[in-house]
Design a protein around this ligand. Sequence first.
Ligand code: ATP
Length: 322
Amino acid sequence: MSNATSGGPGRLAGNGAVAARAPAKVNVHLGVGPLRPDGFHELQTVFMAVSLFDTVTVRPAEGISLAVRGEGTDTGRGPASVPADRRNLVWQAAELLARHAGVPAEAHLEIDKTIAAAAGLAGGSADAAAALVALDALWGTRATRGDLAGLAAQLGSDVPFSLLGGVALGTGRGERLSPVLARRRWDWVLGIAGEGLSTPTVYAELDELRAAGALPDGEVPASTEPVIAALRSGPVTALAAALGNDLQAPALRLRPELRRAMRAATEAGARAPLVSGSGPTVAALADDEDAAVRLAAELAGAGVFRTVRAVHGPVHGARLVG
Ligand code: ATP
């Protein structure tokens, strides 16, 4: 994956900038196994990339600098929860790729966020994947897709999927991927309910509920087969019936308003609303695009969601734009 020639895709005329974008994800199935000795859980998950994108623009500079705009930042509508320093995954992606390629880590990085932060939509992972693709082009490092996938896995469990996109089965921490065939377009409505939820907190709550015997221990994970079969052949009712997320119960316990949001989605006619990843996003499958737009309008009026978006999937992973 490389595009170092001027004027190629992603290279914006004139100022030497390169832009890439990467999608949010919904976990249509998220099976969480027991806690591993390394502190991670063994996952069996099916990801779908959906049409909500963050864009990362990179340009030549001395050293690394970073600006963040949009959803989840001071200038956006959400809370200011996205760091604009070394803690940002985009900054870490730049340092990692530079080290890997043996080039100086020098670029000004800009993130335009549409994906709400800490919402269970893998926004930070999308930014990291987009940064890898954009910087590979800016620096002419000529990393292969395999190289980038290896670097992505070092940055975070969801980053390899943000790079790949489409629909994929994820095992291990979610970083070992096999593509899944999805024959049709799926329409979703995403409703973000309240402030961000920390992913480690939701996993810790799951462990506590399991230790207390309030939930099954996860030794025997639910099969991913029904969801994969439904994705292969439709109809919407089959996928709706197969959706599942082991993090839903702990997220609902941590956030009573998320429970209200799920109820509001059901009352608005959503089929099998689901908490996306660690929440607090509610993902509702719709029959088609028109139904998604109607449901989104209904949910926006319900007064329990911070943001509501009609999206569709699967869409491509991180790639150059422009
Ligand atoms: P997960 O991938 O675990 O489901 P999430 O989608 O719920 O995560 P993210 O939007 O990826 O959440 O952000 C989680 C945290 O990561 C944020 O609270 C923030 O502190 C940190 N972070 C680092 N880099 C970024 C980034 N580029 N965008 C958003 N958050 C980032």
